[in-house]
Structure formats: C-alpha cells, structure tokens
Write a protein that binds this ligand. Structure first.
Ligand SMILES: [Zn+2]
Length: 317
C-alpha cells in the first residue's frame, strides 16, 4: 500500500465519520479545515500520476456544446450529434462505451412540440468494471429544452463529468459515467421527464441495484454563487449528500443544502430507493432560454465543483 493510499484511507475514515449526520440547514460558510496532519493534507486523487482537474477543459467543452451543437432536445439530430461526441470522448479516454436506447414520447417541452423518438444514454465504464460489484455513478443530462443552447443547463454538468472521466481514466475506482438523454420535461408530472435515467434504473436487476453505492447528478453546476448547492428530493437517504458536504469541507469549498429538489436525474434513483443526490441548481436569468450561453457560466464555480467531486471520488467506499 502506498503512502498516498494510506493517507487517502485515513482521510476517508475521518470524512465518513464526519458525515454520519447531515447538515440540517443551508450553511454557506465552510467548516474550518481539519488540523493539518500528514494524512489530512494528502490530495484526494486516484493515483500519484493522476492529472489535475482543469477548468479550461471544462469551459472549452461547454463552448462546444452550447455554440457548435446548440439546442439539443432528446429526439433531435443535434442530440444525436452530441451523443456521438460524448461517446468519442469517453472512448478516447479508454472507457468501454455503450449506448442504452430509450423510447421517448412526443410532447411539449417548455412550450414547444417535440417528436417521439429513440435516443441514447451514453455510458462509460472503466476496464474491468462489474456493475454487480460495488460502484458509484456520476451522471449528467445531455439534452436541453428546444429553445436553449444549454451552456449552464446542462453543458456545465456534462463538461465537468467529462473532465472527471479524464482525471480518473486508468484509475482503479469503480465509477461509471453516464450522459443521460431526455431529462427535460415533455409534459407535466414525474412520468414525462427524466426518461433516460428512469430507463437506466428500470433496467437494473437486483444485484445491480444492491451494488449501486451512490449516484450524483451534475445538473446546472456553473453559474456563480456563494456556495455549491447539494440537493435531495426529500424521500430517500441523505447519505450521498452528506458525503458531498464532507468532500466540500475537505476541499475548502462552501456548500449549501437544498431539500425537496426533484428536478433532475437523481430523482429517478431516489424515488426507487437508490442512494442519490444532485449537485447544482442555482437560479439564473437565462434559464431555459436562448440566452443560456457560455457567458453565464463562471470558471471559479466550475473549479469548486471539480474540487468537491474529486474529493468525493477520492473517498473510499
Ligand atoms: Zn437540467
């Protein structure tokens, strides 16, 4: 066992102990960092050679999706183009890529008619990955409402996910990354949105469900704010949210708690009794509009999100 791994393990034990109780209320003030010791100052990275999280890469991917691909509702040609691009990125990083095809009905999405169609989730698994053994999921929806280029909603989440996939490529972490299709609503109610993540959950067998330790939905993660919101839907366990809050303290990033948030793919997991949380959701003026362009996204906020997620993925368990 390397000195680094010993350090990570010791830090993880401390963090897991710290997050057994959840912060009940929003707390934008970061807790003081733990007293510096040899173990707590070790970076939570997958291996000594792991690349650092680079926000410039995240910004470039946001620009690509929002400017080059543009609006991409789940059954559009632009969505398929975006899915091909994400699949290629995962493949280049050495992941095994699969597409899970989802039949989505016609409907009205944010006031605009959209057609029915078959549209893929894009799933990246590290080599040797076994979804019947303990693992975590990091997901982000790749679609947008029809009128929005979706820089914040949700190129930001997709781009952070791609950068995490780059950082963790080649590590032994059992983490699967998923670009979900058709998160955006096609009508009212729970059953007319989150199509991609619901299909993923519905196709899990008992062993795969048991093996799923945590799911984090990265959704609207880049607009500037005082803190990074950590959300749950008010039904399931708060364990994943607590882990993310502990990771925020480890990374010295302020977080806030948001309750009863059912407006992202974590809800598909939470309502099916699987441990999940959402990272992101700060309000912004350009939401679901043609003005959701790269300028609404803030590099510093993306940096904070990267720091929380790399700390969380560095935890054992
Ligand atoms: Zn979204």
């Amino acid at each position: 066992m390397s000195a680094l791994r010993v350090g990570i393990t010791a830090t993880a034990v401390a963090l897991l102990t710290a997050c057994m109780s959840d912060t009940p209320e929003p707390d934008p003030t970061p807790a003081p960092r733990p007293t510096a010791t040899a173990s707590s100052t070790e970076p939570a990275s997958p291996s000594p050679d792991a690349p650092a999280f680079e926000v410039a890469r995240v910004s470039a991917d946001i620009r690509y999706l929002a400017r080059e691909v543009g609006p991409r509702h789940g059954t559009s040609d632009a969505y398929r183009e975006a899915a091909d691009w994400v699949a290629e990125r995962f493949t280049e990083l050495g992941y095994t890529v699969s597409r899970q095809r989802v039949d989505v009905p016609a409907g009205t999405s944010w006031g605009i008619r959209v057609p029915a169609g078959r549209t893929p989730n894009v799933i990246a698994s590290p080599s040797g990955f076994d979804d019947a053994a303990g693992h975590r999921l990091v997901g982000a929806h790749l679609d947008t409402v029809p009128q929005a280029p979706g820089a914040e909603d949700n190129a930001s989440g997709v781009a952070v996910m791609l950068e995490l996939a780059r950082v963790y490529a080649g590590s032994d972490r059992p983490v699967r990354f998923i670009a979900f299709t058709s998160e955006e609503p096609r009508g009212p109610g729970d059953n007319l949105h989150h199509f991609g993540s619901r299909a993923y959950v519905n196709r899990l067998d008992a062993a795969q469900r048991d093996a799923m330790r945590a799911m984090v939905s990265l959704d609207r993660v880049g607009v500037r704010g005082r803190a990074v919101p950590l959300c749950t839907g008010g039904l399931g366990t708060l364990r994943v949210r607590g882990q993310l809050a502990a990771a925020g303290r480890e990374a010295d990033v302020p977080t806030s708690v948001c309750n009863n948030n059912r407006a992202s793919d974590h809800w598909s997991f939470e309502r099916n009794d699987l441990p999940a949380a959402r990272l992101g959701s700060l309000p912004y003026a350009a939401y679901h509009s043609a003005r959701d362009l790269p300028r609404v996204v803030d590099d510093r906020q993306l940096e904070r999100v990267g720091a929380i997620m790399t700390a969380w993925l560095g935890l054992d368990g």
